[in-house]
Design a protein around this ligand. Structure first.
Ligand SMILES: [Mg+2]
Ligand SMILES: [Zn+2]
Length: 191
């Protein structure tokens, strides 16, 4: 079976693109993870939509206002832009089940991914899902596509175990995950 480029790449934000500062609400505290901009720029060059899908329960918990979320998003995108990288669109879930009740968007639920697939007019079959928690990549099994769990200080053994159980790949970081996606092969070796 020959592989091909992803139709869309879904990226978690905190711990994947920017350092997870835990309910970050200050745009001045945004720090890009080394290599993240380069990885995203490579996807941009491949004309692959780059879509951020992020759980922001700090909003439900009253730790982040929606305006602060937007300011952090804008700062992150500005820093990426300075390194030649572009996020095509961002989706966020402001909920937390303990505070705002159940919702269909908080990952591992799939609504944000489904919304994005509709908005970009692509199927899930060739989508890729990259994040540092199991819940970022679990929707790959529900919707189809390829999940890659990367590692951050927030990645737990439980995340790794659940991903392994679902036969979800892992990679050291975003850069490694993206290189694998762009190598056009199943096994990661250049074709
Ligand atoms: Mg994360
Ligand atoms: Zn939600």
């Amino acid at each position: 079976m020959s592989a091909s480029l992803p139709s869309v790449v879904f990226l978690d934000r905190d711990g994947t693109i920017i350092e997870d500062a835990h309910f970050i609400n200050d745009p001045n505290a945004v720090r890009l993870i080394p290599g993240a901009a380069k990885a995203i720029a490579a996807l941009n060059n491949g004309k692959i939509p780059v879509v951020v899908v992020t759980n922001q329960s700090g909003i439900a918990r009253g730790l982040i206002t929606q305006a602060q979320y937007e300011a952090v998003r804008a700062a992150s995108e500005e820093m990426l832009g300075a390194e030649g990288a572009r996020i095509d669109r961002s989706y966020f879930c402001p909920h937390h089940p303990d505070v705002s009740g159940p919702c269909e968007c908080r990952k591992p639920a799939s609504k944000m991914f489904r919304d994005a697939l509709g908005d970009f007019g692509v199927t899930a079959e060739k989508a890729a899902y990259i994040g540092d928690r199991w819940r970022d990549v679990a929707a790959s099994k529900e919707l189809g596509g390829r999940g890659i769990l990367i590692s951050s200080p927030m990645t737990s053994d439980e995340d790794r175990r659940r991903a392994r159980e679902m036969d979800i790949e892992d990679a050291a970081d975003l850069q490694e995950a993206v290189s694998r996606l762009l190598s056009l092969t199943e096994g990661g070796a250049p074709k």
